[in-house]
Design a protein around this ligand. Structure first.
Ligand code: SAH
Length: 249
């Protein structure tokens, strides 16, 4: 009788199916919570492109596509990853910043990048702007004055397989004469005057964007075009940027 109570297939199986059902529900809840607690960076990136870029004045398709591709969260310190796709710049250490997504897109669009272009960037920082350019153009040369940042960016770009980017540690004021002339130059640090050595390394018809103005104040983002060897300057918008520094050695 006692044996029957335990094993007669009535009492025991009913308990076990409840336990099994409970386990399934618990497992699904755990799975759901782990899915929702993982930040969906791709979704955040899509929203960034839609809300911060398309609704403003970013219309260049290749730029929008590149901004939707590059994993910006991998270019910021771990503690800043939840804010990687927010509408503002972020600190990357050593007193430097990764620019706001909109500014990166605006500067990219402003040089009119094409598939066969060779582009020079001054101020590698995290390597994010270089990666965005590398999605669009043939090759990117980028120079960073803070040696640690240059090394970190080089490793990061390599691990993300941006094999068309060359990173150099040093003062970008001198440009990269061995690789010149460039179709375009992007200067991502604010200078008080136009570095003419960079202008010299621009191809005829080439474009250079850079923030120009006094340190500590509002600067103008300008676009320079080399027209028949002459310099043509357009003012694009007021911006704040970390300073273009010079190597004292
Ligand atoms: N483009 C970067 C952000 C740049 S912040 C990114 O996408 O993350 C500006 C960078 O310019 C800083 O890292 C600063 O160290 C660098 N910089 C300033 N003066 C420089 C110079 N003369 N040559 C090369 N890099 C310079």
């Amino acid at each position: 009788m006692r044996v029957n109570m335990l094993f007669n297939g009535n009492v025991y199986p009913r308990i076990s199916s409840k336990i099994v059902l409970g386990c399934i529900v618990l497992f699904e809840l755990m799975l759901l919570s782990s899915v929702y607690s993982q930040p969906n960076f791709q979704r955040q990136r899509e929203r960034m492109v839609m809300i911060q870029l398309k609704t403003r004045d970013i219309y260049h398709n290749a730029t929008l596509e590149a901004m939707g591709q590059v994993p910006r969260h991998k270019f910021v310190p771990e503690e800043s990853q939840p804010f990687a796709y927010s509408d503002h710049p972020l600190s990357i250490g050593h007193g430097q910043t990764i620019s706001q997504p909109y500014i990166v897109a605006f500067m990219t669009q402003a040089i009119r990048p094409k598939k066969d272009h060779k582009v020079l960037e001054i101020g590698t920082g995290s390597g994010y702007q270089a990666a965005v350019l590398a999605e669009i153009v043939d090759s990117v040369y980028t120079i960073e004055i803070v040696d640690v940042l240059a090394r970190e960016a080089k490793n990061r770009l390599k691990s993300l397989q941006y094999n068309n980017v060359k990173v150099r540690s040093g003062d970008g004021y001198h440009g990269w004469p061995e690789a010149a002339p460039f179709d375009a130059i992007v200067v991502t640090a604010g200078a008080e005057e136009i570095p003419m050595k960079l202008f010299e390394q621009l191809k005829e018809g080439g474009k250079m964007v850079m923030p120009l103005g006094p340190h500590g104040g509002i600067r103008q983002l300008i676009r320079i075009t080399k027209k028949k060897g002459e310099i043509k300057i357009e003012e694009l918008m007021p911006v704040r940027f970390v300073p273009f520094t010079r190597d004292k050695n």
